[in-house]
Design a protein around this ligand. Structure first.
Ligand SMILES: C[S@@+](CC[C@H](N)C(=O)[O-])C[C@H]1O[C@@H](n2cnc3c(N)ncnc32)[C@H](O)[C@@H]1O
Length: 310
């Protein structure tokens, strides 16, 4: 068994996402988070011979995992959905019928100790979805000041012990022993965190905060959503699956903001800015899916439709 077969990803909300995304089998669709292609394969199975699916992933291993898909309607690109507009422009695609974003990391990423995403395994403290660029978590912790480290862990990890954790990390670094591995980080955090909700590892929130920061996940999401507005055809669909409240809040308020007709109160006679989206649904996995795949527990899918206007 090769490495890509060793770690499988169980796709979350598979049928629900495809049913929400597909408006015409002849359309052009984007899967912005190919992963191991669970959603992509299901969508391809429902497209006509005129349909097209453009998939992206920022992780070279995910891109490599798409090699067996030789369907001429499909293409895969090593790119970020935060750069969606540029990527589609380079492909000569101006408008699309649907965009799917299944956010976060895949099981093959978490389960590979060498990627440094998990406190459950010991490995280099990397956490980059795209290890070919940017700064790893260890490099960030080796250079950032205490305040910045604390902010990342507090704001992106929602960790109330962010300050003592950052202090402990900086003290260790100043002692000539910066954290380099996932186990070292977990040990530092476990000593600094005084109490934890039942069942949660003390390092959960710190790992989440660093991962979001290292991959600029929230900025990526904002850029991807913004691009969807200009790329989607009227009646085209935006489908986003989030796995924690920070992501879902961004998606929810984006859809709410773009679903409102805005009137400028200071210029009451100026034309209204018409709404560009219509919120269609908020979907949670059912009990059977959560039981079969515990990772689905925190998933929330939001669906919106591009209006004819603006
Ligand atoms: C939850 S998995 C997707 C699983 C996929 N839907 C499936 O069924 O196999 C998320 C994937 O999105 C990728 N990813 C996360 N953020 C990304 C971004 N900003 N741009 C492109 N890919 C991203 C990750 O590398 C990972 O492979």
């Amino acid at each position: 068994m090769d490495r890509s077969d060793a770690w499988q990803h169980t796709t979350v909300l598979l049928a629900e996402a495809i049913d929400s995304l597909l408006t015409t089998p002849d359309g052009v669709y984007v899967d912005g988070t190919f992963g191991r292609g669970g959603h992509s394969r299901a969508l391809l199975a429902r497209l006509s011979s005129r349909g097209r699916l453009i998939a992206l992933d920022r992780d070279p291993q995910a891109v490599a995992a798409a090699a067996p898909i030789t369907d001429p309607r499909f293409s895969i690109h090593h790119s970020r959905f935060g750069a969606l507009a540029e990527t589609l422009e380079s492909l000569g695609v101006a408008r699309i019928d649907g965009l799917l974003l299944d956010l976060g990391v895949s099981s093959p990423q978490i389960d590979d100790a060498a990627r440094g995403f998990s406190f459950r395994f010991d490995g280099p403290l990397d956490m980059r979805m795209d290890p070919t660029r940017g700064e790893s978590a260890a490099e960030f912790l080796a250079r950032a000041d205490e305040r910045h480290i604390a902010e990342v862990i507090r704001d992106h990890g929602e960790e109330r012990f962010a300050v003592p954790i950052a202090k402990a990390l900086v003290a260790r670094r100043e002692g000539g022993n910066p954290v380099r591995t996932t186990r070292e980080l977990s040990e530092v955090v476990a000593r600094a965190v005084k109490t934890r909700e039942g069942g949660q590892d003390p390092a959960t929130r710190t790992f989440q905060g660093l991962r979001i920061h290292v991959n600029a996940e929230l900025e990526e999401l904002e850029q991807g959503l913004k691009a969807a507005l200009t790329l989607l055809k009227p009646a085209g669909r935006l489908v986003v699956i989030s796995f924690h409240s920070l992501e879902d809040r961004i998606v929810k308020s984006f859809i709410a903001r773009e679903s409102r007709t805005e009137v400028d109160r200071r210029a009451p006679f100026a034309p209204e800015r018409p709404h560009r989206l219509r919120a269609l649904a908020r979907v949670k996995p059912g009990a059977a899916e959560v039981q079969a795949n515990p990772r689905a527990r925190s998933a929330v899918m939001r669906v919106a439709e591009r209006t004819e206007l603006a």
